[in-house]
Each structure stands twice: as C-alpha cells, then as structure tokens.
Write a protein that binds this ligand. Structure first.
Ligand code: ING
Length: 318
C-alpha cells in the first residue's frame, strides 16, 4: 500500500470447481497458493469467493439437515482453516473469505445457519463478519429441477444488514452473491461512504425458473456490479467459484470494477485464477463529490411523496 495515496492493491482470487470429494485441507492449500501468488504481485488484500471452502452443497436437498453440518464451519478459524490465517499473517496480506456458518446453540439450544464472509486485516486481526441478506433459490425440495438451489433451506438471512468498516486505509464493505443484484445493497453502503465492496459469488449458468436468462448471466453479472460501483462511487470486487462443479456449470468472469463503472480486470478462465488491480480509493471522490454527491442531489424525502400524489399505479386494461 502506497503511503502517500490511498491505493490498495487488491487480488481477486477466483476458484475453479470444488468437487464433493475435495477435502478442506486440499481447498485450503489452493487458497494458500493463491495467497502466495498475490504476495508476489504485491497485494494488500485478497478476496475469495462465496462458500470458498466446500462445493456448493445447496445444489442437493438433504431431508435431515444435520447430515449437512460437515459443510459448515462451527468456528472461524478452525484447525482446518488456521493454516490459511497463519499464512496470510506471515505474508502480511489481508483477506475476505466466504463460508457456511453454523453457530453454537443459542439460549434455547437452537443453532443458526448463515452464508457468511469474514474480513481479516493484514496483521491477522478479524475486522468483521457479514451474513448474506438476500437468500435466493427455494426452501423445499423441488425434485423436478436438474439441480437444487436450496439456499433458503440451508441459510437464514443475515439480520445485521450492510456494514462499512475502516480498514486497508479506507472504508470497506461486504456483500455476497445474490446481494449484488439488489441496488439497495450498494446504496446502504454508499450512504455510509463505502470505497471498496468485496463480494464472492457462486452463480450457476442455468437459471431453472427462467432459462432465457442463462445466456445473459455474464451480462447481468457485469451490469449489476458496474452500475452499483458507478452509482455509489465505489470500487467493487466480484469473485467467482467457477466452472463445472458436480455437473453444474457456474459463471466465472471474476471482475474488479472502478468507481467509474469500468471493469479494470477480469479473469479469462474458469479455474483458480488471480487477477490484481491497484485500487486508488481517492478515485471514489471523483464521483462522490460530483454526480453522486448524495447530500446535494439525492432527495429521499420526495421519492415516497411522488408515488402517493399520483395515486395508485394505473392497472393495465383486462
Ligand atoms: N447464486 C445466484 C446469484 O444470485 C442466481 C443465484 C443464479 C440468481 C442465477 C440468478 C441467476 O448469483 C447465489 N448463490 O446467490
């Protein structure tokens, strides 16, 4: 990190498929290899995908959910993930890691399941945890599907919302996968002055409810992250778990997007691949202090009133 400017060298560490038989130890070694490559490329921070420690297990429906507990992390770090934390601290690199979280029993003995990301500073200190707010897919078995997307069965939505934290010499926020499709996710952090948003994703190419969207997955992925970045004057880093995982093909196109909305780096493969960009956080002010000066130009007090004044939305004629 350059001491004069607030430039953060960010690595987006895309993962290729993690198959069911891949152990956590094998996956952690892949993550450590990407960290070491990031060190050689002077990275301050490395962003890993959503659910980066296991295969995307919501593609299967398991009646007894306790039989899936092994896909979750009961502690972070654990003995299996500690080597990643140790290596990152040794290399002096911060990281953001997505994983399935299974909480300890609460005061009524219930354990909660979240789709979570953790953010760790260069000194190894844990900055924050974020729990995915927008949970896509379905909550019950849908046997007619070619594969499940049962995230609403396996995860509760996070209840802490979207935070922004002072770290890496700037204001950093997190979102996970489907969150990136909702403008509110970016705007909630934009209103807190976010300068760098970190987002992991697992996005199957085939979208069962509407297959016409399959061909548009890459376009929609870029569309939402570029607009979110531009409309909130922030860097956005989107990191895929990509390729054919247990027979399901998932989008790659890991990208680093500037506050201008321009894609400054993108992966070329659907394997483990690191892309790097020098993110000048001061670039955010070019948009936050002009076009998107919220205090000057944004008018939330008017948005509801206009709808009310114009009465009910005109219904199309039967
Ligand atoms: N995955 C997908 C996502 O929002 C999805 C769900 C797939 C939505 C394809 C639309 C089309 O990118 C997760 N994990 O949220």
């Amino acid at each position: 990190m350059d001491s004069l400017s607030r430039t953060v060298v960010v690595g987006a560490a895309q993962l290729g498929p993690i198959q069911k038989h891949h152990s956590r130890a094998e996956v952690v070694q892949r993550l450590i290899s990407l960290l070491r490559e990031a060190k050689l490329r002077d990275c301050d921070l490395v962003v890993f995908p959503e659910l980066a420690l296991t295969t995307f297990f919501p593609r299967w429906f398991v009646e007894d959910i306790t039989e899936t507990d092994h896909w979750y992390e009961s502690s972070m770090p654990s003995s299996e993930t500690q080597p990643l934390f140790d290596e990152a601290k040794k290399l002096g690199i911060g990281f953001c890691l997505g994983y399935a979280e299974l909480t300890a029993p609460d005061d009524v003995g219930a354990r909660h399941r979240y789709n979570t990301q953790i953010l760790v500073e260069k000194d190894g200190s844990v900055v924050a945890q974020y729990r995915k707010v927008h949970i896509p897919g379905h909550a019950h078995h849908e046997p007619d599907r070619p594969f499940q997307h049962a995230e609403r069965y396996y995860f509760e939505p996070g209840t802490e919302g979207f935070g922004v934290w002072h770290c890496f010499n700037g204001l950093v926020g997190m979102m996970i996968c489907n969150d990136r499709r909702w403008p509110e996710s970016y705007r909630e952090m934009g209103l807190q002055g976010v300068e760098l948003i970190l987002c992991g994703y697992n996005t199957p190419i085939h979208y069962v409810p509407d297959p016409s969207q399959d061909i548009l997955q890459g376009f929609h992925n870029s569309l939402v992250m570029q607009s979110g970045a531009y409309q909130n004057g922030t860097w956005v880093v989107g990191v895929a778990k990509a390729g054919v995982e247990e027979g399901v093909d998932s989008l790659g196109q890991t990208s680093i997007v500037a506050p201008s909305g321009e894609i400054v780096a993108r992966t070329l493969t659907t394997d483990d691949e690191l892309i790097v960009a020098s993110c000048d956080l001061d670039w955010c002010q070019r948009y936050k202090n002009t076009l998107f000066d919220f205090d000057k130009y944004r008018r939330p007090e008017m948005y509801q009133r206009i709808t009310r004044q114009r009465g009910a939305i005109v219904q199309p004629k039967p």
